[in-house]
Design a binder for this molecule. Structure first.
Ligand code: AMP
Length: 422
């Protein structure tokens, strides 16, 4: 199928051509005809499948046709709600690219920055609003945004939205939406609570589905190094001796871990930067831009911070730890090898993570290829149950000790710690 076969408005086809898209992706092929018929859609698709264009193009098509038939006044007709700022920015950028040859405008709002610039744009009037839930409710509460004209509503990355605790925010937003509307609901995974939520939003939805979360793109080669915890740092440096790895997205489970890895790499003169929830919006955008511009070689990210990242032609992803949720592994490696490009995923596994690898291999129904000849092979054994218990106990003790010392330094009294912290 070609884009021309989809009956999209000519200005959209022209914009798509400028993006060098030759053929619609699977999700676009399935969803666009349904959405053009104004049906609701329940979409099961990962980021990286081309789902943004799958919903943005038909919505823009409707907005262009409406514009030709009404008074031409700008009112917010489309609302896209998405969990992270990065994803929100990228969705808005896609809308901007696809509306290059028509006068449909969009803006993006998210928290963590001052609201002035956002409210000024809103007061000038926009057709499409892309938002994260918190800032949306905030500006609605202040009277800057009304949802009364919404005709198209997209809830994106619904599973991540619930993971991040946005359920109450979403319900508040739903309450304010007009009943008459077209709704689109996208989620990478479809557990029971997501299906339930979708049934509160959608009317007689058509289901579209590509790449269920258990499948990894065939274009991604997957390798794994088994090593000891203490050797991970040096193994990473060993891997980075490969000059083919010019741009690497590295995943770390924790924010502290991400900072530590970036620091260690910089000490060895490897250009690196970390992004995670404790970094300001500006810092994150700056790191992302440096990475895209190849000014830094390694971008270290936590799962949530990386969720919205879309890097054209990213070839290498590295799991510095093995996620205990197998689906997370699939999401992580899906950041490379996108839109038909090839990609390589490298995982580093310490003994305690061996069992997670077994779970992942079960989910993806394939064995990850082991790299055997390397200088830091796994020699230690995973802990037995008793050792694990003692390890956890010791971890808790150290954590408590850390908090006690910190509180002592801050002058908190043990008995009223809580009140002081408020
Ligand atoms: P998404 O899943 O929306 O995050 O899209 C992933 C990437 O695929 C983005 O970089 C898009 O620009 C790109 N893309 C979307 N549709 C197509 C297409 N039909 N052909 C080639 N690339 C595409």
């Amino acid at each position: 199928m070609k884009f021309e076969d989809l009956n999209l408005h000519p200005t959209l086809l022209k914009a798509v051509k400028d993006q060098n898209y030759t053929h619609p992706t699977a999700i676009q092929e399935q969803a666009i005809p349904i959405l053009l018929k104004k049906n609701d859609v329940l979409g099961s698709a990962q980021t990286g499948t081309g789902k943004t264009a799958a919903f943005a193009l038909p919505i823009l098509h409707h907005l262009i046709n409406e514009r030709n038939n009404n008074d031409g006044k700008k009112r917010i007709r489309t609302l896209v709600v998405t969990p992270t700022r990065e994803l929100a920015i990228q969705i808005a950028e896609s809308f901007t690219s696809y509306s290059k040859y028509n006068n449909i405008t969009n803006t993006v709002i998210f928290g963590g920055v001052k609201q002035g610039a956002q409210t000024t744009t809103l007061s000038n009037g926009v057709d499409v609003l892309v938002a994260t839930p918190g800032r949306l409710l905030d500006l609605m509460g202040q009277g800057y945004i009304s949802l009364k004209d919404i005709g198209y509503f997209v809830l994106d990355e619904a599973d991540r939205m619930l993971d991040m605790g946005f359920i109450h925010d979403i319900k508040k937003i739903l309450d304010k939406l007009p009943k008459e509307r077209q709704s689109l609901f996208f989620s990478a995974t479809m557990p029971k609570n997501i299906v339930e939520l979708s049934s509160q939003i959608l009317k007689f939805p058509k289901q579209v589905s590509v790449n269920p979360v258990s499948s990894t793109a065939e274009t991604i080669q997957q390798f794994i190094y088994y090593t000891n915890k203490a050797d991970k740092k040096n193994l990473l440096l060993h891997i980075l001796k490969d000059k083919n790895i010019s741009q690497l997205l590295l995943f770390s489970r924790t924010k502290h871990g991400a900072d530590r890895i970036a620091r260690n790499l910089k000490k060895k003169n490897i250009r690196a930067s970390a992004i995670h929830g404790d970094k300001s919006q500006n810092q994150r955008q700056k790191s992302l831009k440096s990475f895209k511009d190849s000014e830094i070689r390694v971008l270290v990210a936590t799962d949530i911070a990386a969720r919205g990242i879309d890097i054209d032609k990213l070839s290498y992803v590295l799991n510095y730890d093995i996620p205990n949720e197998s689906e997370t592994y699939v999401h992580r490696i899906g950041r490379c090898g996108r839109a038909g490009e090839t990609g390589v995923s490298i995982s580093i596994c310490e003994p305690e993570e061996n069992e997670y690898v077994r779970d992942i291999e079960k989910l993806i129904k394939q064995k990850i290829q082991e790299v055997q000849n390397h200088p830091f092979p796994q020699t230690e054994k995973p802990m037995n149950t008793q050792q694990k218990k003692e390890f956890e106990k010791e971890k808790q003790r150290r954590k408590q000790e850390f908090f006690n010392n910190r509180n002592k330094k801050r002058g908190y009294k043990k008995s009223n710690n809580r009140n002081n912290r408020r």
